[in-house]
Design a protein around this ligand. Structure first.
Ligand code: SF4
Length: 299
């Protein structure tokens, strides 16, 4: 692990770095920082299981920057099963390491969904984090089931016709101990949820929206701005579900009545540049409808 000199340490920023500078991520990619923030809370006694994804390249290719915690790179669909086995072995040996699956949206919502659902149903003792960049970015920006309605990808050149799979809500239905959403624009909210998940036994699921500059077609300086607008427009609500109790967190607690129009989020991203007024209205209606459902869950 790279030590940051004492004189530039701050209690408010990451004090230890688990990934070296100059890694293989694209400029503006939030994944290295998302991993650092997560591992700062989880600590060195963490085993990462990483199915095929951009993170595999960031950590594992010849130009990649290996993690400073053990990493098992897995086939797309195998991560939840591998993590289940590792977690059980750790327990059998009486050790106290934690197992974290770090997976993209394709591995989570599509190719690996059966394994994810099975591990959740068995309440395996692991933290599963989906960093959701809303397409198969590593293999060339193909749509996933978590790509939003209207988004351009190489396999939806005219814009996707289906809505994003509501995976955090689907995971809620598994009645696992903890489900939460997070955004890199709100790092203390994110780290607070990782901290909470670390303290709980059983299957914990975190879903982290992870803007991707080349895949979403925005300037790499705008990553945090876009992550923040996703929350402020309500398209990405921050919430947690602890033992079945749903609560909005952070700024999302103030957004039940009024949110920014989603156009503010969409207009910064080239992947939505061809949307017409009607399609933007359809998306706004879908967001408003989700918030009506959220209102019922918060009552
Ligand atoms: S393609 Fe997107 S998610 Fe993958 S490394 Fe580049 S910015 Fe990150």
């Amino acid at each position: 692990m790279t030590e940051i000199p004492e004189n530039i340490r701050s209690k408010r920023i990451v004090r230890e770095q688990y990934f070296f500078r100059g890694n293989a991520a694209c400029p503006g990619c939030p994944i290295p920082k998302e991993l650092d923030l997560m591992l700062e809370i989880m600590g060195k006694k963490t085993v990462l299981v990483v199915p095929a994804s951009c993170s595999t390249v960031i950590m594992g290719d010849i130009h990649g920057s290996p993690s400073t915690v053990p990493v098992i790179h897995s086939a797309f669909a195998a991560a939840p099963a591998i993590a289940s086995g590792v977690s059980r072995q750790i327990k059998l040996k009486g050790e106290d390491a934690k197992v974290v699956v770090w997976a993209g949206d394709g591995a989570t919502g599509d190719i690996g969904f059966a394994g994810l659902s099975g591990a959740a149903e068995r309440n395996e003792d692991m933290i599963y984090i989906c960093y959701d960049n809303e397409a198969f970015m590593n293999t060339g920006i193909q749509r996933s089931s978590l790509t939003p309605y209207g988004a351009w990808t190489t396999t939806t050149p005219a814009g996707k016709r289906e809505f994003k799979k509501p995976l955090p809500f689907i995971m809620m239905q598994h009645k696992i101990p903890y489900v939460a959403t997070a955004s890199i624009a709100y790092p203390f909210d994110y780290q607070g949820k990782v901290r909470k998940a670390k303290e709980i036994q059983g299957f914990r699921y975190l879903h982290l929206l992870s803007p991707c500059p080349p895949g979403w077609r925005f300037d790499s300086s705008l990553t945090i701005e876009i992550a923040r607008l996703a929350v402020e427009t309500g398209i990405w609500p921050l919430f947690e579900v602890l033992n079945g109790k749903f609560s909005l967190t952070g700024i999302s607690k103030t957004l039940l009545e009024k949110r920014k129009p989603i156009e503010e989020y969409l207009k910064l991203q080239g992947r939505f540049s061809k949307l017409d007024k009607k399609e933007i209205e359809i998306m706004q209606e879908a967001v408003d409808s989700m918030w009506e459902d959220i209102r019922k869950m918060t009552n």
